[in-house]
Design a protein. Structure first.
Length: 83
C-alpha cells in the first residue's frame, strides 16, 4: 500500500485520508477507477455524506483524484501517477 502510506504523510486532513483509503478498496487495480456512491463511502468511512463530499473536493483540489460526474454515478479515477 505504497500509495496509502504516501497520502498519510501528506498535509491532508485525516478525513480526506480516510476517504482515500475507502476509494483504494474499491479501485480497479488496472485502471484505478472506482464507482462507489457517496453513501457507500460514508458508510465504510463512518463519516457523514456531507463530510465525504467535502473531502472528495479536497482530494480533487490537491490532485489525488479526478472526479467525473455521470448520469447517476460519480466515477473516481485515483491519480496514482502523481506519486
Amino acid at each position: 500500500m505504497y500509495f496509502y502510506r504516501k497520502i498519510c504523510s501528506s498535509d491532508l486532513p485525516a478525513n480526506a485520508v480516510n476517504v482515500y483509503k475507502v476509494l483504494l478498496q474499491y479501485a480497479n487495480r488496472t485502471t484505478w477507477c472506482c464507482f462507489p456512491s457517496v453513501r457507500t463511502i460514508a458508510h465504510d468511512s463512518k463519516l457523514s455524506e456531507r463530510t465525504v463530499r467535502r473531502q472528495l473536493n479536497v482530494l480533487v483540489s490537491h490532485g489525488y483524484i479526478y472526479e467525473y460526474q455521470g448520469r447517476e454515478k460519480i466515477m473516481v479515477l485515483l491519480a496514482i501517477c502523481i506519486f
